[in-house]
Design a protein around this ligand. Structure first.
Ligand code: W6P
Length: 398
């Protein structure tokens, strides 16, 4: 049908990744018309690229009701945006466009949960082989990354031009050009600690150290570490990692202990990287488990019961760690876990120190994309005796 043709058309184009510097420049020159012209093409391109990929999912997953729901949301939103393809640009159009974006953002609020539900539906109805699991991992990383990027574009446009301008704030849309990293660390810690106290009636303390390599080299006048970043993304990563560390410490030391080892955070600014290392003495995890913590299929816990009103669905689904890593990777950073089993775990957030290197990382669809969904599990070319021990662990406090 017509929608199919439009999808074919827009999926031919590669998404245009922006750098954080471009986001800022766009925001400061603040031309709503320019933003509109860019987005009415770029949003359909990003939507079409990922919608094409939905159809490459393993057939069994594609048939799950929740995946159908998500697919329909995307179709509706795609259609709403391409309505703006050939309209003349006046005040009314710009206002309608803003309203449409807000409606689309609200429509897609629960997509992560719905997708997680789809994965559960698959697990409950089929045996999932390794190849299917790999395809799902590959897809969800790309799908959620696409979603992060689309929401970023929508947020920037609606915050800059949606009427409620906040002239007093230094923020440019959702970007803080002088983001106080220590401030975000303390904020995320306090909120994770609040949950931890509710759950365990105690919580580990926080110790923070910072080292500004650029200050040391006299490249900066202040040793305060401020970066150009999206504070909400940084908060999301830190909050998730703090919850995991706190949980590990509380479980490892028993709730009747009155002396929990503190969480130690080291914040470092180098020439190229900003590192935030969170060290816990929560007993660590076996090396064989660390990669699994980022897998959607391992972390998908059974649906929290409706009676358990305190359960936060996302935490219950356990997509916190893989999503946090995507937030880091979105602007070419990363999250790495290093554990010493029997002692504790270091979680490191890497961010780009230079706003010129902090470009969006976007999945692109092309006609060879399907090969990634058909790639067989490679045959072993190293000897091995061990099978896959697959203990599932629910990591997030909910
Ligand atoms: C653990 C397991 C984990 C995951 C992520 C972050 C910190 C920690 N600590 O024991």
């Amino acid at each position: 049908g017509n929608i199919g043709k439009m999808l074919d058309f827009y999926s031919q184009f590669n998404p245009s990744p922006l750098s954080i510097k471009q986001f800022i420049d766009f925001g400061l020159s603040a031309c709503e018309r320019k933003s509109f012209i860019f987005l009415r093409k770029e949003l359909p391109v990003r939507l079409a690229n990922i919608m094409k990929e939905i159809h490459l999912l393993p057939e069994n997953l594609l048939k799950m009701p929740s995946v159908g729901i998500v697919n329909n949301l995307y179709i509706t939103s795609f259609e709403e945006i391409i309505h703006f393809e050939k309209v003349d640009v006046n005040e009314t159009t710009l206002d309608k466009f803003c309203q449409a974006l807000i409606k689309i953002r609200n429509r897609h609020t629960d997509v992560v949960q719905t997708m997680a539900q789809g994965v559960l539906e698959l697990k409950e109805s089929h045996d999932v082989d390794i190849q299917t699991e790999n395809s799902i991992q590959y897809f969800l990383d790309r799908f959620f990354m696409s979603r992060i990027s689309i929401r970023m574009l929508i947020n920037q446009h609606t915050l800059l031009f949606g009427g409620q301008l906040n002239g007093h704030s230094r923020h440019v849309g959702c970007i803080d050009p002088s983001c106080d990293v220590i401030g975000v660390i303390k904020d995320a810690y306090e909120n994770a600690r609040f949950l931890c106290d509710q759950y365990y009636l105690a919580s580990p303390e926080l110790r923070v150290k910072q080292h500004n390599g650029k200050f040391e080299q006299k490249l900066e006048r202040s040793n305060e570490i401020r970066i150009i970043y999206v504070p909400s993304h940084l908060y999301h990563m830190l909050f998730e990692l703090f919850k995991n560390s706190m949980r590990a410490v509380m479980e490892h030391h028993g709730c009747d202990s009155d002396n929990y080892p503190p969480l130690e955070v080291l914040l470092v600014r180098g020439k190229e990287d900003i590192c935030v290392k969170i060290s816990d003495r929560g007993g660590g995890i076996p090396r064989s488990q660390t990669d699994h913590l980022f897998k959607y299929m391992y972390s998908t816990a059974p649906q929290p019961s409706k009676s358990d009103a305190h359960t936060v669905p996302l935490a219950g689904y356990g997509y916190g760690l893989p999503l946090s890593r995507l937030y880091a990777r979105y602007l070419h950073g990363d999250i790495v876990l290093l554990s010493c089993e029997g002692y504790g775990t270091d979680a490191i957030i890497y961010l780009k120190a230079l706003s010129t290197e902090a470009n969006e990382l976007l999945p692109i669809f092309n006609k060879t994309s399907s090969k990634f969904y058909r790639t067989p599990v490679p045959t072993a070319d190293w000897s091995s005796q061990c099978g896959g021990g697959m203990a599932t662990r629910q990591l997030s406090m909910s």
